[in-house]
Design a protein around this ligand. Structure first.
Ligand code: ADP
Length: 584
């Protein structure tokens, strides 16, 4: 039974056949041609030539199975299609067809049975369209969808699944199974809130997520989720709203990632970093402390050294102080004993002086009496005296005079020694003292025919030469030296008195008394300045002199800041040198 009445309807239209032919000829995108009842090609069009590659002459009369791949022909497909079109009036198919050059194309084919007025099948109209382009697009879409599905299904690291608009799980993938522990058949159809902890469900958080995603298109969250076995994991969740072309909400895509390990790793890294920082800080503090303690130790050592030094110093100071105290005490003792000694000495000296003064006085009184009565007798006031008796009286008088001199000198020396002598030191013209002294010894000198030479500069540096001296004492020393020179120089000798005005290096003037006398043995040169020392005499053999002259003279010289020294050669003479300070 024909279901498509188009050919018969067309035949009723007052349109010439030629018009149809032109129409068919002009259509480029469709191959439109006619087959006879057995399927042999009767007509050919430009669109058919373009589509299938055959020229009209090549294909007219051939069976239409030429357009089918050999395997389809072998399977009887072309025959089946023709049969179906004959039976039902129309057959539609999509499938691979073959061009003249052997290449294939995806074709949409409609085969329509053609009947004559009597309803007898006369042939078929075949319209073929090349759907290769369209098919490849659809195919590509399908493949990409399939690939995507496969991808989603096999992704292990993410739970990727769909929720329906109410939040029930619609799809499931391997990652979701791995992460959440449910198999697809266990979870599909259940509400996604099973993945949330109870407290979050109580807060209405899952619903809130969906609302936000629906409203804003997307919702992202990180938080605790629950696995099938009840254990928790830290998840990153992204929920995306899915809408169709009209904008109606069709569901949600949910991607969940398990960050437990990452979170643990991060935590661990954080802990590690904190630990390292703490350790570094502790090390740094430790180093600081070590440094500090080192410094403290050094300071302590330094302080200890300083303390020891201070201790040593204080000990030394103490010792020094002790020594000083001892020295002071000793000095004090010495001073005290010296003072005591001096007092004792002064006392003794005073006693001695007193004694000697008394003694001299006591001795001088009878000596004066002796002299007086001897002279009374010598003057024969008591009666005549024989010449021999005169001689004796003379001896008595001489002895009395010697004794008187001795007593005077002893008294003088005693007073000198006790410090009782006072000096009136003043610039003194040396020449005067020398001349006076020389005059006093002149009788004895002349008696022995001894010459005296005085060498004295009258004027020194424009003024008379002065020394600092007590004139009487200076004169006494010079008399002693000159009289000794006369005494110990034989007849016809010579005495020289020389004033050395050129000061020596101590600024002292020198007075030299030289003689050509007997001289003094070297071993006696110092002794003659001791009291009662006389060369070649003993106290038992009385004679001239007392042995006190030089002792007194040196004491006087030293008392005036000068000195008395001697140089001598036995048998040749002596030189006595008196030094005194020069008067400026
Ligand atoms: P004195 O002359 O009274 O004996 P001195 O003290 O003056 O006492 O002299 C001591 C002694 O020194 C003398 O006895 C004498 O031996 C000796 N002496 C002094 N002057 C001379 C001198 N110029 N030449 C030799 N001997 C001297």
């Amino acid at each position: 039974m024909p279901t498509n009445g188009t050919p018969s309807a067309a035949s009723h239209l007052p349109v010439p056949d030629r018009f149809y032919q032109l129409l068919v000829e002009s259509i480029q995108d469709y191959a439109i041609f006619a087959l006879d009842r057995s399927g042999h090609i009767l007509t050919w069009s430009a669109g058919a030539a373009r589509l299938k590659g055959y020229a009209r002459t090549e294909i007219i009369g051939r069976h239409f199975s030429a357009f089918y791949p050999p395997e389809d022909v072998a399977a009887g497909k072309s025959a089946r299609e023709l049969e179906e079109a004959a039976r039902t009036g129309r057959m539609e198919d999509q499938g691979w067809r073959v061009r003249q050059d052997g290449t294939r194309f995806w074709a949409s084919v409609v085969i329509t049975a053609l009947y004559d007025e009597l309803g007898t099948l006369v042939g078929f109209a075949k319209v073929t369209r090349d759907l290769t382009q369209q098919r490849s697009e659809t195919e590509a879409l399908r493949e990409s969808e399939a690939r995507f599905r496969l991808l989603v299904e096999t992704v292990q690291d993410y739970a990727i699944f769909l929720l329906d608009p109410e939040g029930n799980v619609a799809t499931w993938n391997a990652g979701a199974e791995r992460i959440k522990g449910y198999r697809a058949e266990e979870i599909i159809g259940r509400h996604f809130s099973v993945f949330y902890p109870e407290e979050r469900i109580a807060e209405g958080f899952p619903q809130h997520e969906l609302e936000v995603a629906a409203h804003k298109g997307r919702f992202e969250d990180e938080g605790w989720r629950i696995r099938k076995d009840g254990s928790r994991f830290w998840a990153n969740v992204i929920i995306t709203a899915l809408r169709d072309e009209s904008g109606a909400l069709v569901g949600f895509a949910k991607v969940t990632r398990d960050l437990t390990e990452r979170r643990a790793a991060e935590e661990q890294a954080r802990n590690l970093a904190a630990e390292q920082a703490a350790r570094a800080e502790a090390e740094r503090r430790g180093e600081e402390l070590a440094l500090l303690s080192e410094q403290l130790e050094e300071q302590a050592i330094e302080l200890e050294q300083q303390r020891e030094e201070a201790q040593t110093l204080s000990e030394e100071l103490e010792q020094a102080n002790d020594q000083l105290q001892r020295a002071l005490a000793e000095a004090n003792d010495a001073r005290q004993s010296a003072e005591a000694e001096a007092a004792r000495a002064a006392e003794a000296s005073r006693a001695k002086s007193d004694f000697l003064a008394t003694m001299s006085h006591e001795l001088r009184t009878p000596l004066n009496a002796i002299a007086g009565y001897t002279q009374l007798l010598d003057m024969e006031l008591r009666g005549p005296v024989t010449p021999a008796q005169h001689e004796d009286l003379e001896r008595i008088l001489r002895s009395q005079a010697h004794l008187t001199t001795l007593i005077n000198e002893v008294l003088s020396y005693a007073r000198l020694e006790s410090g009782a002598i006072t000096y009136s030191v003043r610039p003194t013209l040396l020449t005067t003292a020398a001349t006076n002294a020389a005059a006093l010894v002149e009788p004895q000198r002349v008696a022995k025919n001894i010459t005296l030479e005085m060498r004295e500069p009258e004027v020194v540096e424009g003024s008379p030469f002065h020394v600092l001296a007590d004139q009487d004492k200076l004169q006494q020393i010079l008399i002693n030296l000159l009289s000794n020179a006369v005494k110990f120089t034989p007849q016809g000798g010579q005495i020289t008195l020389e004033l050395q005005t050129e000061p020596d290096r101590r600024g002292m003037a020198q007075i030299r008394v030289s003689d050509t006398g007997i001289g003094i043995p070297a071993d006696k040169l110092q002794a003659i300045f001791e009291p009662f020392v006389q060369v070649g005499r003993s106290l038992n053999s009385p004679g001239e002199g007392t042995g006190l002259g030089l002792a007194i003279s040196r004491d006087l010289a030293r008392g005036m800041g000068g000195d008395l020294t001697v140089e001598s050669a036995e048998g040749k003479g002596s030189v006595f040198t008196l030094t005194l300070p020069r008067a400026v």
